[in-house]
Design a protein. Structure first.
Length: 198
């Protein structure tokens, strides 16, 4: 029973996150029915749960591909996503297997959180809390994007972005570095960012 309550709370949280980030969203019902970013996120939460059982990785991949076919958003089931993630519009978003995303993050359409190498280890970005990634931006490699950072539309990020900074352009330049990347943030275990919902 407690599990069901936690699940419902998580689903409502996702709906409210969409309403908080999109002035066009008028009700929870509208978001639940008409927001592909929310549908992709919900499918991912189920796919990720399957993925954590090594025997269920194929069904996890199939569920992820079904979500991609219906939403245009491809999230590898291994990716670890925090609470209240909102993917606006969604089409063309790709999130790689070893990506880690903190809480209250916002991604627009066309965002890639991708790899730069074919190594099997950690090869995708880690995003802190309250990060915004603009439409069409690519964040590539095992880079760290600090809390509250903003990545401009169409930027290509290949280096760490300090907390609170604005990164724009190709390759991305830091426009507002108000906090350095600290040793702690580089070495922090990304799994500690994530509070699993399901
Ligand atoms: C990067 C961003 C967050 C910066 O917002 P901001 O803090 O208000 O900063 P400003 O608009 O004052 O811009 C700061 C500087 O960066 C430049 N800049 C802003 N966005 C840029 C972008 N995407 N690419 C290149 N340069 C950009 C501005 O021209 C300005 O340059 P200047 O200092 O030489 O005048 C914002 O411009 C952005 O790209 N947001 C993404 C929005 C999005 O994807 N919307 C999709 C809706 S469907």
């Amino acid at each position: 029973m407690a599990g069901v309550r936690a699940l419902v709370r998580a689903l409502v949280e996702d709906l409210d996150a969409a309403r908080a980030h999109d002035p066009a969203a008028r009700s929870r019902l509208e978001v639940a029915l008409a927001y592909p970013g929310v549908h992709a996120l919900w499918a991912h939460r189920a796919a990720h749960r399957l993925w954590r059982n090594p025997a269920l990785r194929l069904p996890a991949r199939l569920l992820s591909q079904l979500a991609r076919a219906t939403t245009g958003i491809e999230i590898h089931p291994g990716a670890r996503l925090g609470r209240r993630l909102f993917i606006d519009h969604g089409m063309g978003v790709v999130i790689g297997e070893t990506t880690v995303v903190g809480d209250d993050v916002m991604l627009y359409h066309g965002v890639t959180l991708g790899g730069r190498s074919l190594n099997r280890g950690k090869r995708h970005p880690t995003l802190g809390d309250r990060v915004t990634v603009g439409a069409g931006a690519k964040v590539l490699g095992p880079v760290w994007v600090g809390d509250d950072a903003q990545i401009g539309a169409n930027a290509v990020v290949v280096k760490d972005v300090p907390a609170g900074a604005v990164a724009v352009g190709i390759p991305a330049r830091i426009r507002v570095p108000n906090a350095p990347v600290t040793e702690r943030s580089r070495t922090e275990d990304p799994s500690e960012l994530i509070e699993y919902i399901i």
